[in-house]
Design a protein around this ligand. Structure first.
Ligand code: RNT
Ligand code: ZN
Length: 422
């Protein structure tokens, strides 16, 4: 039997299996169009950027480990990697850029000097591919961030430098949204914090509040720009206090009508990000996700189809929150083939959404309301063993991307022909 026939036949069986549970798989396959994941460009180059030829991630309490060959060292290489990744993903994606990835044309352009022109070639690139863009100020890997404080710094010179950077990033983001006809989500994350117990937590938080008011104050239409703010529990070297904690940013987002960004690695490890979504969405219009996989700390491992990610997807799908949740990824692993890591992690996130859609939610809620908790549990366990893979393969087939292990071979080939020659 040829592969295509096998996938089609398996799908027909899976369709019947799910129909018996009250799930319409055709609707699920069609519904996957609504799941647009924003690809974080920084997986291709270990968060290096293009400011200088040998730029590397420095400070900020985040870390990439591993030196697998083939890291993207230029705009061209990054774009080639992204095209390869896109060719192996079903559905439609967005691209998420950091400010350090501008097209600087060999010039040194400091963060408080960046302009739309440095990102026009990205806008054109995205337009050619029918993709939306998202954006991030880069408030780390820079001498002005060496003190460990940026927007919340007590030094006005440092603080104003970063305020100017964020302001410029918003102008660039709004232009991206305008030109591409889809709002650009600009996420502000700063590393600010303190290694040891500080005295003046309050002082830094009051400064951050004012700095954000200034940096995010210029009004832009929501069709062009959505601001998000990202909290964190701690970073390396900032273990005792993070200025932009969850309490801080949730409060800021609610008060100022901003989106809150929830990164899977930014909470105590027994907290559940999936559980936070329905709380946040009672009070903010939009949530931005940084789907990641923390191991023991915010290690940014490649996303896998684990219970954490599955709950996040389920909470969004169960409550029809897809229009209000912007889905971003945030992992960086330099220890394995980066393109392969990218594809595995993105596919895992997509699969979590597909699994969530393959749930007969209404029936389960009914059981719950009737107090039939054994039945609820039994159905949830049963769903884990249904032929999900057959629906996934069929979805890939429909999208003309490798359905099964064929994507592994393609990545191996790309490694041999492109990555190892860099
Ligand atoms: C850091 C945050 C932040 C960064 C990226 C590169 O802990 O998660 O989102 O990972 O902006
Ligand atoms: Zn993040």
């Amino acid at each position: 039997m040829d592969k295509k026939t096998m996938i089609e036949q398996a799908y027909e069986l899976a369709k019947a299996q799910y129909a018996a549970l009250g799930v319409d798989t055709d609707a699920v396959v069609a519904g996957m169009d609504e799941v647009q994941i924003s690809l974080h460009c920084w997986q291709t180059d270990d968060v290096g950027g293009f400011e200088t030829p040998d730029a590397e991630l420095g400070g900020g309490g985040i870390q990439v480990t591993g030196n697998h060959p083939g890291k993207a060292k230029s705009l061209e290489q990054m774009r080639a990697d992204l095209d390869k990744v896109l060719s192996l993903l079903p559905g439609k994606q967005r691209l998420n850029l950091h400010a350090i990835y501008g097209d600087f044309g060999g010039e040194v352009v400091d963060r408080d000097q960046i302009e739309v022109k440095h990102f026009q070639s990205w806008i054109d690139w995205a337009k050619e591919r029918g993709m939306g863009l998202d954006f991030n100020p880069t408030c780390f890997s820079h001498p002005m961030a060496d003190s460990g404080f940026t927007l919340s710094s007590k030094d006005p010179k440092v603080r104003n430098f970063w305020i100017e950077h964020v302001k410029r990033c918003r102008a660039i983001s709004a232009e991206m949204g305008k030109q591409l006809g889809t709002p650009c989500v600009m996420n502000t994350w700063i590393p600010d914090g303190s290694k040891d117990e500080p005295i003046d937590r309050n002082g830094h938080r009051a400064i951050l509040k004012d700095a954000l008011d200034e940096a995010l104050g210029t009004p832009y239409p929501k069709e062009h720009l959505i601001d998000a703010v990202e909290s964190k529990l701690f970073g390396i070297g900032a273990e005792a206090m993070t200025v932009g904690s969850h309490d801080f940013y949730l409060g800021y987002a609610i008060k100022n009508n901003k989106a809150i960004c929830l990164d899977s690695g930014h909470f105590h490890l027994t907290e559940s990000v999936g559980d936070k979504i329905s709380s946040c969405l009672q009070f903010v219009d939009d949530v931005l996700l940084h789907i990641s996989r923390p191991i023991r700390w915010d290690s940014d491992h490649v996303v896998t189809l684990n219970d954490e990610v599955r709950l996040i997807a389920s909470e969004i799908v169960r409550n029809n929150y897809l229009p209000r949740v912007k889905i971003g990824l945030d992992f960086f692993d330099g220890s394995i083939n980066r393109v392969g890591a990218y594809v595995v992690g993105t596919r895992a996130a997509q699969q979590a959404f597909m699994q969530a859609m393959l749930e007969p939610t209404k029936n389960l809620v009914k059981l719950e309301e009737e107090g039939k908790y054994f039945e609820r549990l039994a159905y949830l366990e049963l769903l884990k063993t249904r032929a999900f893979g057959a629906v996934w393969d069929y979805y890939c087939l429909q999208n003309n991307v490798p359905a099964d292990e064929a994507f592994i071979t393609e990545i191996q080939q790309y490694e041999n022909e492109v990555l190892l020659k860099r």
